[in-house]
Design a protein. Structure first.
Length: 275
């Protein structure tokens, strides 16, 4: 059940480090390419993946509603890969999705901005000014994604177990630190409960997808809790029809053992029109 999450800045060298660590450990690497291959099985088109993957909201209601459903599908892929274990989750807010899993080793890879610009320009054969724009845009998008969806400062070191500055350390040392760190006894001792927690997180994610995929109800007023395969719904809906729609959607979720209904019905107030 060993799981590594890697947060990285563009041009920091996170891509080769992650590939080498996965190869050395014999782990699966869940990166952008792996995500693209898995996406069709979850109903995600290449266009939907491009719009939702590590992107902040567009603040256009119709676009954001679909992006939210697509993001939940991406998160489901991440969680199901995590359940298999022996995986490196590259980006995708992995450390936040798995914050309740005590056996996760959370890594961040950084480097100074101008050094990252130079590396990206060399790697992609770009004009340095264009590389600077792309690196800055990437930083802003990823920081915005983490802040909006997880309410966290992307750069806060307290959310990581290991921060590697590749301006000072070689790829080989970075790989060695990651491979050694994931074997720490404190992490190993917490593996026992991880599978059960992950199974409940997956069930919760499936319930969220079922609700947010329905255009007939407003899902943001609902709270979903899962424990031992039992889904508990609380919060409120705006009518009995909405309640039946929500309950029917969640009852159809694969893997749910039972459903506890704590929903309240709060009708919209209507006011007579003035003449």
């Amino acid at each position: 059940m060993a799981i590594i999450t890697i947060s990285r800045e563009m041009g920091s060298g996170g891509i080769p480090i992650s590939h080498k660590a996965a190869e050395k450990l014999g782990y699966t690497l869940l990166d952008g390419e792996t995500l693209k291959k898995a996406a069709p099985a979850y109903g995600l088109t290449p266009e939907a993946l491009e719009k939702a993957d590590e992107k902040p909201p567009a603040f256009v209601e119709s676009l954001d509603e679909q992006m939210e459903v697509d993001l939940h599908q991406i998160e489901l892929i991440v969680l199901e890969y995590a359940l298999k274990g022996n995986v490196i989750i590259y980006g995708r807010g992995g450390q936040d999705l798995l914050k309740d899993i005590g056996s996760v080793f959370r890594v961040r890879i950084i480097a100074p901005f101008e050094e990252r610009v130079e590396r990206w320009a060399e790697r992609e054969w770009l004009d340095p000014d264009l590389a600077r724009i792309l690196v800055r845009k990437s930083d802003q998008q990823r920081a915005g994604f983490i802040k909006y969806y997880f309410d966290r400062d992307w750069e806060d070191p307290l959310h990581y177990d290991l921060v590697i500055n590749t301006s000072r350390l070689s790829e080989e040392m970075a790989v060695s630190l990651i491979c050694n760190g994931v074997r720490d006894q404190n992490l190993m001792e917490q593996k026992g409960t991880s599978k059960k927690i992950l199974s409940d997180l997956i069930l919760r994610k499936k319930a969220e997808i079922a609700i947010f995929s329905s255009s007939a109800v407003e899902g943001h007023h609902l709270n979903i809790e899962t424990k031992n395969g039992i889904i508990t719904l609380s919060g409120h809906v705006h009518g009995e029809e909405d309640r039946r729609t929500v309950l029917a959607a969640v009852r159809a979720v694969e893997g749910a053992r039972d459903l506890v209904d704590k929903l309240k019905v709060i009708e919209y107030r209507t006011y007579p029109k003035e003449h």
